[in-house]
Design a protein around this ligand. Structure first.
Ligand SMILES: [Zn+2]
Length: 447
């Protein structure tokens, strides 16, 4: 099946062609672990998890890597404030993030490298850039990347280094040769620092992903590089610039970016305080609900979190939960097993996801299947074989979207109650049958 993805490198939909047939290499920029993440930080987690599950369903072998930035000024600042070391802070928030990931029912990456683990490789990498004239040391001890040396700097984000328009995202520093030059090694006096041939300090953020890609995939060009849209510039542009001069590679063939999350019509951002922490959302609501909210909108469009959006998603998710529970109960009451039957999702469902990850359409298809199954259940003799098939097909679709929907597993007592209910009905003992019906209703078995 042809997979089309919106490639941020050319700003158009392109047919996915893997470097190696049947295999996908995918790197997604992970969190900087200085605090609890907000729900916006979980959007790439969900988007790339669905993409990964789609690839797996289509028979691809996926090598998925996502990093933790465990060395950063914000981590150093927090460590000093709490009078602990940086590793304590990083460990705490990596653990918290992993708890969120588990609640979101996302597949774990094959590797989760950290800066700490790859420090030596980063030092060697920066040293080589200096030696080859692609980086320079300033009087204050920082090492900067020389963007003037990259022929097509700006090819990803379309910034123009000759335009001299210094935006808010380019740091002003008189030591820089070009305002777009970015730090590879930061001379630091505070907090954790490492020694390198070019001085004591810590590595810059843009270098870690370039180095980790080579270290983890053992290759300098991968298929997919992903992250939030705000990473396109400067982070991804700067990653690509380094890869171009160091590896003569554009680092990835497909650059995918997910849209922002707004909270009550304003961009969600730590700096403005307009945030909804993932852990708070997950304890107030649930993982499946957050997934539903995120999947209901196309990944490149903004999601506006509001009470109305949450409410709508709750209702839609409830429809799925009730629909699945109804079929599951019926199947079990008929004495059939609902365990582990493998089913493939319908081609239309896979095709809609293969069309640039159209998750909102994919949800519509699930609702259509449930509606049809509901119609079958209303027949005087619901066809068990068709319902079994629908049940496993719906499960297969939900599993690709990562929506873990619980359904009742009937006990011997439940089965007995159901028998008693049928018996009471055939004896025309309607008082008794109503009584049992109520119990079965409460147990989510009869509806
Ligand atoms: Zn990155």
């Amino acid at each position: 099946m042809e997979i089309k993805l919106f490639n941020g490198l050319h700003d158009r939909l392109e047919t996915f062609k893997p470097i190696q047939p049947g295999k996908v290499t995918m790197y997604v920029c992970g969190p900087t672990v200085y605090d609890y993440v907000h729900i916006g930080n979980l959007r790439p987690l969900v988007v790339f998890d669905v993409l990964k599950k789609l690839f797996i369903a289509l028979g691809y072998q996926v090598h998925h890597v996502s990093n933790y930035t465990d060395i950063d000024d914000r981590i150093i600042e927090k460590a000093q404030k709490e009078k602990v070391d940086e590793a304590t802070i990083a460990k705490r928030y990596i653990q918290a993030y992993q708890e969120d990931v588990a609640k979101m029912n996302a597949l774990l990456p094959n590797q989760t490298p950290t800066v700490t683990e790859h420090l030596q490789a980063m030092i060697t990498f920066i040293g080589k850039l200096i030696k080859d004239g692609f980086a320079y040391k300033t009087p204050s001890g920082d090492v900067f990347f020389r963007v003037n040396k990259v022929k097509n700097y700006g090819q990803l984000s379309h910034v123009d280094i000759h335009e001299n328009k210094i935006g808010a995202r380019v740091e002003v520093n008189p030591d820089k040769e070009n305002p777009f030059d970015f730090v590879l090694w930061k001379h630091t006096t505070q907090g954790i620092k490492f020694s390198a041939p070019f001085g004591e300090g810590r590595p810059g953020w843009h270098t870690e992903c370039v180095v980790m890609i080579k270290e983890t995939f053992k290759q300098t060009l991968i298929d997919i590089h992903g992250g939030g849209f705000d990473l396109k510039f400067p982070h991804h542009e700067n990653e690509m610039a380094q890869a171009q001069v160091a590896y003569q590679s554009r680092l990835a063939n497909y650059w995918l970016h997910n849209g922002f999350i707004n909270l009550n019509a304003e961009k969600m951002s730590k700096s403005t305080g307009n945030i909804f922490l993932a852990k708070d959302f997950l304890s107030t609501y649930s993982g499946p609900l957050l997934r539903y909210v995120l999947l209901a909108t196309h990944y490149r469009m903004p999601v506006n979190i509001s009470p109305l959006i949450i409410d709508n998603a709750q209702q839609e998710l409830k429809k799925i939960q009730i629909g699945v529970a109804q079929i599951a109960s019926y199947i079990q009451l008929q004495g059939a097993s609902i365990n582990n039957q493998k089913a493939t999702p319908p081609a239309s469902f896979l095709a809609t996801l293969a069309d640039d990850i159209n998750t909102s359409n994919a949800l519509t298809i699930i609702h259509q299947y449930l509606k049809e199954a509901n119609g079958l259940l209303r027949q005087s003799h619901p066809p068990l074989d068709i319902l079994l098939n629908r049940f496993f097909t719906i499960q297969a679709m939900l599993s690709i979207l990562g929506l873990a929907i619980e359904f009742p597993i009937l006990t011997t007592e439940d089965h007995q109650l159901y028998k008693d209910y049928l018996q009471a009905k055939s004896n025309q003992n309607f008082g008794r049958s109503d009584e049992i019906r109520k119990i079965l209703h409460q147990r989510n078995i009869l509806f």
